[in-house]
Write a protein that binds this ligand. Structure first.
Ligand SMILES: NC(=O)c1ccc[n+]([C@@H]2O[C@H](COP(=O)([O-])OP(=O)(O)OC[C@H]3O[C@@H](n4cnc5c(N)ncnc54)[C@H](OP(=O)(O)O)[C@@H]3O)[C@@H](O)[C@H]2O)c1
Length: 338
C-alpha cells in the first residue's frame, strides 16, 4: 500500500489534537507529516510521537507535496484553503460544514457509506458530530426495516464548540459557585447549571442550522428520499465530553425492540448497554475517550406504529470528528484514492 504525505490542519485545536492521538493509536502509516494552524501558532512547537515539530502557517504553499489533509480549522479556513489544497493534488478531509451538502462532495461515515468516497473530486466531508454517531446506529436498522420518519433530540457537550467553549463552562461554573458575575461569550446564555436550546444560528423555518444539519446530512449519508420526514431539536448541556441523543424512529416494516437490540449488538462501531433492571444505559461519562457509539433504552415507541425509541451516546470529538476523520484517511489510503 502506498504511504501518503499527510498534513493535519488545525493541529492545535480540540479536534486536531485528538486527530494526532488517533493517528498514533491506529498506527496510521504515512511518509511525512506536517502540522498546520493559523499564523498565531506558526513557529510554535508541537510534540508528536515523542518528537518536537514546528507548526507551520496554513498557506496555499504549505500543501505542496501533501497527499491527504485532515482539516479541522473551521468553515472559513476550509472555504479559503480546500480549493488550494485540491489544486495541489491533495485529498482534503474536512471537519467543517463548508462543503457537506455540495453535490460533488462525498459526506461519509467510515463503515457506513465508504463507497461514496470513490466519487470524490478532492474534498471529502466529515459529517456533523450529532449526525455521525447516529449513522452507525441507524444504518443497520435501516438496512433491516427501512426508515420512514425520525425525531431526534440532542444533548450536546460543550467540547463540540471548541476550546473556548470548554473554558467557558469551567469558568462559568467556578464563577457561579463563588457567587460572582460572569459574562458568557461563546454561548448566548449561561452554560453552567443550565441547558440551552440553541446550537448555531436560527434558519427561516425556526430550526437552527445544527438541527437542519442532522436532518439533511442523515438523508445524504443514508441515501434517503429527500422528503423523508426528519425533525431535530439540538440542545447544549453543561457536559464537557459526549453527546447524547434521544431518538424515535418509525420504520416501513415491524422492528421489535428485541430485533433492534440483536441487530445493534452485531453492528460495527456500536456497543449496546441496555439492561434497565440493573440501571445499565449509557451516559456521556461512559463514552468520553472511547470509540464506540453506545446505545441503550431501546423500547417500543407507544405513539407511532412500527417505531422504536432509543438513547445513544458517543464521544463527540472522537466519532463525531477526529476518529471518523482518521478512519476516512485510512479508507482513502486502503482504497488507493489519493
Ligand atoms: N465534524 C464534527 O462533528 C466536528 C466536531 C467538532 C468540531 N468540528 C469542526 O472542526 C473545526 C475545529 O473545531 P475545534 O473544536 O477543534 O476548534 P478549536 O479548538 O477552536 O481549534 C481551531 C483550530 O483551527 C485553527 N485555525 C483557526 N483559524 C485558522 C486559519 N485561518 N488558518 C489555519 N488554521 C486556523 C486553529 O489554529 P490556532 O490555534 O493557530 O488558532 C486551531 O488549530 C471546526 O470547523 C468545527 O466546526 C467538527
Amino acid at each position: 500500500m502506498r504511504k501518503p504525505n499527510i498534513a493535519v490542519l488545525g493541529a492545535t485545536g480540540v479536534v486536531g489534537r485528538e486527530i494526532l492521538k488517533i493517528l498514533v493509536e491506529n498506527e496510521v502509516q504515512y511518509n511525512e507529516i506536517k502540522f498546520l494552524a493559523s499564523v498565531k501558532s506558526a513557529g510554535k512547537k508541537i510534540t508528536f510521537k515523542g518528537e518536537e515539530h514546528t507548526i507551520i502557517e496554513a498557506t496555499p504553499q504549505a500543501f505542496e507535496g501533501v497527499n491527504i489533509v485532515l482539516a479541522s480549522a473551521g468553515g472559513s479556513t476550509s472555504l479559503a484553503l480546500a480549493p488550494e489544497a485540491v489544486k495541489r493534488g491533495c485529498v482534503y478531509i474536512d471537519n467543517s460544514s463548508a462543503y457537506r451538502m455540495e453535490k460533488d462532495v462525498p459526506l461519509v461515515i467510515a463503515g457506513v457509506n465508504d463507497d461514496d468516497l470513490k466519487n470524490h473530486k478532492g474534498i471529502v466531508a466529515n459529517p456533523n458530530c450529532s449526525t455521525s454517531q447516529l449513522m452507525l446506529v441507524l444504518k443497520p436498522l435501516h438496512d433491516y426495516a427501512k426508515i420512514k420518519r425520525m425525531i431526534v433530540s440532542t444533548y450536546q457537550a460543550v467540547s463540540g464548540a471548541g476550546l473556548a467553549a470548554i473554558n467557558e463552562l469551567k469558568e462559568n461554573t467556578i464563577a457561579q459557585n463563588e457567587g460572582k458575575d460572569f459574562e458568557n461569550v461563546k454561548f448566548k446564555k449561561p452554560i453552567a447549571y443550565n441547558v440551552i436550546p440553541q446550537i448555531d444560528v436560527f434558519c427561516d423555518n425556526g430550526y437552527t442550522k445544527e438541527e437542519m444539519k442532522v436532518t439533511n446530512e442523515t438523508k445524504k449519508i443514508l441515501h434517503l428520499d429527500a422528503d423523508t420526514p426528519i425533525s431535530c431539536t439540538a440542545v447544549r448541556v453543561p457536559v464537557f465530553h459526549g453527546h447524547s441523543e434521544a431518538v424515535t424512529i418509525e420504520f416501513e416494516k415491524e422492528l421489535t425492540p428485541e430485533k433492534a437490540r440483536e441487530i445493534l449488538e452485531n453492528a460495527w462501531g456500536v456497543e449496546v448497554m441496555d439492561d434497565i433492571d440493573n440501571y445499565i444505559y449509557p451516559t456521556p461519562r461512559d463514552a468520553a475517550g472511547k470509540n464506540p457509539v453506545y446505545v441503550g433504552r431501546i423500547r417500543k415507541n407507544i405513539a407511532f406504529d412500527n417505531a422504536i425509541d432509543l438513547w445513544c451516546v458517543a464521544d463527540n470529538i472522537r466519532i463525531g470528528a477526529a476518529l471518523n476523520t482518521v478512519r476516512l484517511a485510512e479508507s482513502v489510503i486502503r482504497m488507493g484514492l489519493f
